[in-house]
Write a protein that binds this ligand. Sequence first.
Ligand code: SF4
Length: 335
Amino acid sequence: MKKHSNIPIFVPELACPHQCVFCDQEKISGTHLIPQPTDVSTIVERYLETMPENRIINIAFFGGSFTGLPVDLQEQYLKEAFRFVKSGRVSGIRLSTRPDYINKEVLHLLKKYCVTTIELGVQSTNSEVLNKSGRGHTFEDIRNASTLICNYDFELGLQMMIGLPGDSYKKSIQTANDIVSLGADSTRIYPAIVVKGTALERLYHEGKYTPLTLEQAVEWTKDLVHIFEKNDVSIIRIGLHPSEELVIGKSLIAGPFHASLKEIVMSKIWEEIIDTELQCINSRASNKIKITVSNRQIHYAVGYRQTNKEQLKSRGYNVRFEPNPSFTKYQLNIG
Ligand code: SF4
């Protein structure tokens, strides 16, 4: 299977009229150099030069609500990107936007320029969470937009956040189940964090908001991963990109940010799989075990920073892990 690569073009909606509690609008409009439509071709060419061959390449307009831009500006960006699709150098165009910025006219325009995938920032399908987070749209908006996008035959991506004000484990599970029912092809899972300069920072300092702990975020996300995998919704990303700002702590006030969140979640999933299997073969005489898993999963099975391996050792097992290229994703053999 060919791997996918995106050429990201960051196009924030300046002067966004919304007030999502987790968003630092000032930063969005202040510190990023916003590419103009005429810059698209230079950006794409630069990426294409360094991209490995044999990949499915998409131009991705991210960073804001693309369909909230003035229509003529949207069209200028799309025209530039479409030239690369027409010449066959790029497979398609994807973009992210808000659920309440989707209607038939918008979708007609996106179809005209061969946009393939539309990702909606859903965050939650729970009304209380949406209200308390200042999203300014309803579950009905999410449902209507998703239905339209599917009817127009676009690929649908629905992103969710966990741990927003008013959220709970149960509500996040419901959001994941709704994302499945709404027909999403893909999703992204972002734990809410408190970023400097946001309304969430104020709520946090006033004691009105408590972010999830890293352990909670891992536990919740693990169960969301099960739901999405069971229903063939591909998980494009878990956790925020570790931007310099977040990693060195300039903007991060509090919350479950971790540069390797996906690895930790996958390690937890494997910890449970291995534990269950060990319980089934509990009567073995020797504590010397060899755990065989697929090549692609072995680092998760061993665990982030070898946590699973170390934990097994601390329980008295003399454990060795071995990769097997013919194993399926969660296949395992303990011998
Ligand atoms: S996250 Fe919310 S406030 Fe921030 S740019 Fe997007 S819609 Fe606007």
